[in-house]
Design a protein around this ligand. Structure first.
Ligand SMILES: Nc1ncnc2c1ncn2[C@@H]1O[C@H](COP(=O)(O)OP(=O)(O)OP(=O)(O)O)[C@@H](O)[C@H]1O
Ligand SMILES: [Mg+2]
Length: 222
């Protein structure tokens, strides 16, 4: 099934403060797309708009599935989650054991802590748990907001590696907001750089992102 997530000229913010200024981007089926930007540039706000947590003041956000357009703006977060999961997938039920085994293999610490309440886990453990929970439902599309935050470097590499594995094994589609440029470009097929709520650069490959002047300016300090 061919599908695509499209964001068109989205304006959004909080109260009188405008954070996103005409943001357009898309994620096509099977791609891993990185949304790169440093602190406060609007990455999480864009993810929240897609998820129905922040309402855009203008613009469109929709899924295109087999040529049919499904608007996400004004849908509840719950509805959007179901749509992104590839709603009502029976496969997820059949795959519970396999998914669980995969999650424990990714994050052995979750196996050791399986009787512990999520709220009492460390920040990094909760981060792993959040990703594991998302994977349990055999999603069609994964939106991740800074998977590297709060994780030790070795775990960042592991999480990034596992996301790549999912893409390769299950053709998972991924939109990943990341500040960690080096990790993100290890697995991204392509990506966008957001600066002050505007997409300032669209890289058609990880290579193009790495070679971009903005990246050199903001990340590498040259
Ligand atoms: N609930 C809110 N109310 C008011 N302003 C907000 C709110 N959430 C975010 N902002 C502001 O919107 C701007 C963009 O924030 P956002 O969280 O989207 O950035 P980000 O790119 O995800 O940054 P980070 O890498 O630090 O997570 C910031 O200036 C932030 O202070
Ligand atoms: Mg953020």
């Amino acid at each position: 099934m061919a599908s695509r997530l499209v964001v068109e000229r989205v304006e959004a913010g909080y109260g009188a403060v405008r954070v996103l200024h005409g943001v357009s981007m898309e994620v096509r089926e099977g791609e891993t797309v990185a949304l790169l930007g440093t602190n406060g540039n609007g990455k999480s706000t864009l993810i929240k708009c897609i998820m129905g947590i922040v309402a855009p003041q203008a613009g469109a956000i929709y899924l295109e599935v087999d040529g049919a357009r499904i608007d996400l703006v004004r849908k509840s977060t719950e509805e959007i989650v179901n749509l992104l999961l590839g709603a009502f997938r029976r496969e997820a039920r059949a795959a519970i054991d396999a998914n669980l085994a995969f999650c424990f293999e990714c994050f052995p610490v979750l196996l050791a802590r399986r009787r512990q309440l999520a709220g009492s886990m460390s920040g990094g453990e909760q981060q792993m748990l959040a990703l594991a929970r998302a994977l349990m439902s055999s999603p069609r599309m994964l939106l991740v907001d800074e998977p590297s935050v709060g994780l030790a470097p070795i775990l960042v590499s592991r999480v990034i590696g596992k996301i790549r594995e999912l893409k390769e094994q299950r053709q998972l589609t991924v939109l990943m907001a990341e500040q960690n440029f080096n990790q993100a470009t290890k697995i991204a097929d392509r990506g966008y750089i957001i600066v002050h709520g505007k997409i300032e650069f669209e890289g058609r490959s990880a290579q193009e992102l790495r070679e971009n002047e903005l990246v050199k300016k903001y990340y590498l300090g040259v």
